[in-house]
Design a protein around this ligand. Structure first.
Ligand SMILES: NC(=O)C1=CN([C@@H]2O[C@H](COP(=O)(O)OP(=O)(O)OC[C@H]3O[C@@H](n4cnc5c(N)ncnc54)[C@H](OP(=O)(O)O)[C@@H]3O)[C@@H](O)[C@H]2O)C=CC1
Ligand SMILES: O=C(CO)COP(=O)(O)O
Length: 326
């Protein structure tokens, strides 16, 4: 296995900036690559990224918009939104000359194709070695060096383990796995479920409803995971249950905050990426194609598309036929 000395993060948003900080703390030589040259120059000179305010970007992190130069790193982390991941990897692919690990750090499912992030990487950069990093980790917490644990999966266990060694530090603890699909399902689904729980909290339905919705959300995430071959320890692990708990319990989550605003009848926060909004329609299409029932996710998709009001969706969920708990 080659030494992983250098890391490039593609996508200089909140998560890309936090991950650049993580890699620098782990002792790697780090490049943060923004798609826009002006943004890169501004971040490089101010050492501050408006997408992650209040976090000082260490001087040793090189900030650039030079994709060719960034592509020479030993590990590439892709931290764009999920629907932009293919575009970013397409642009990278022409610069790649080695089977470099490309780690998807986005949480979502591609529209149209129903593909998860590592499948998109495998298609767009066939010689790369796809991996996925996911788990309960707010960019702000991670960048500030608060203790965080995530899952990092690759098909090859040795690769997953080496990536963990390269990125882990006393404040950022990745666990390695080979269950790529299990990790991807948890990260994608929890964002949709967090919108549901945010709506319930915004509607003041009470702490009991919050717990019930989170638990039934976990039940449908588990059903989808089983249908797609995820391992149960992944679903109950950091990237599944762990991230669901985080995102369904904190207004710091942009997905939860979107739901909160909808539940209160307020305007959603402007300019904040809530991946669940984009994942909801494709998640329910994917679930339907595998005959998996995901009523909470369906309710979110119906509310977001205007097909249902919040009150009608709540009533529909509560008046489903009684059934055994599974
Ligand atoms: N924020 C968080 O706490 C966490 C986020 N994630 C996941 O990370 C992903 C990104 O989220 P986050 O960083 O928060 O989002 P942000 O909105 O903060 O940033 C997204 C960034 O991606 C950039 N971008 C978009 N398209 C491309 C492209 N084709 N090439 C290069 N860069 C591109 C944008 O550039 P520009 O500025 O030019 O628009 C922007 O800087 C999401 O899937 C999210 O679920 C995962 C864990 C934690
Ligand atoms: O994925 C995250 C935490 O693990 C970030 O959650 P939000 O995108 O909802 O802010």
């Amino acid at each position: 296995m080659p030494a992983f000395d250098s890391v490039a993060v593609i996508g200089a948003g909140a998560w890309g900036t936090a991950l650049a900080t993580v890699a620098a703390r782990a002792g790697r030589s780090v490049t943060l690559c923004a798609r826009n040259a002006e943004h890169a120059a501004r971040i490089a000179s101010t050492r501050d990224n408006p997408r992650l305010p209040g976090v000082r970007i260490a001087p040793e992190i090189v900030v650039t918009s030079d994709l060719a130069k960034s592509s020479r790193a030993d590990i590439l982390l892709i931290a764009t939104p999920a629907q932009h991941l293919r575009g970013a990897v397409n642009m990278l692919a022409s610069h790649l000359t080695r089977p470099v690990p490309i780690v998807a750090c986005a949480k979502g499912i591609e529209h149209g194709t129903h593909k998860f992030m590592t499948d998109v990487i495998a298609e767009a950069a066939p010689h790369a070695r796809p991996a996925i990093l996911s788990g309960p980790s707010f960019a702000d917490d991670v960048a500030r060096g608060l203790p965080t644990a995530v899952t990092l999966a690759a098909k090859d266990e040795a690769l997953a383990s080496n990536l963990v060694q390269a990125l882990g530090s006393p404040t950022f603890r990745p666990y390695h796995s080979t269950d790529i699909r299990g990790v991807e399902i948890g990260g994608a689904a929890k964002n949709v479920l967090a919108i549901a729980v945010g709506i319930a909290v915004g509607r003041k339905l009470g702490a009991s409803a919050q717990a019930a919705l989170t638990t039934r959300g976990f039940a449908e995430l588990t059903r989808l995971g089983r249908a797609l071959g995820a391992r149960s320890e992944t679903i109950t692990g950091l990237s599944g249950l762990g991230d669901l708990i985080l995102t369904c319990s904190s207004p710091q989550s942009r997905n939860f905050a979107l739901g909160l605003a909808l539940g209160r009848g307020e305007q959603p926060p402007a300019g904040k990426l809530a991946e669940g909004e984009f994942t909801a329609p494709v998640l329910i299409e994917l679930a339907a194609s595998h005959n998996v029932e995901m009523p909470v996710s369906e309710a979110v998709a119906s509310i977001l598309s205007g097909r249902s009001t919040i009150d009608a969706a709540i009533s529909a969920l509560m008046t489903r036929p009684f059934k055994a708990e599974e």
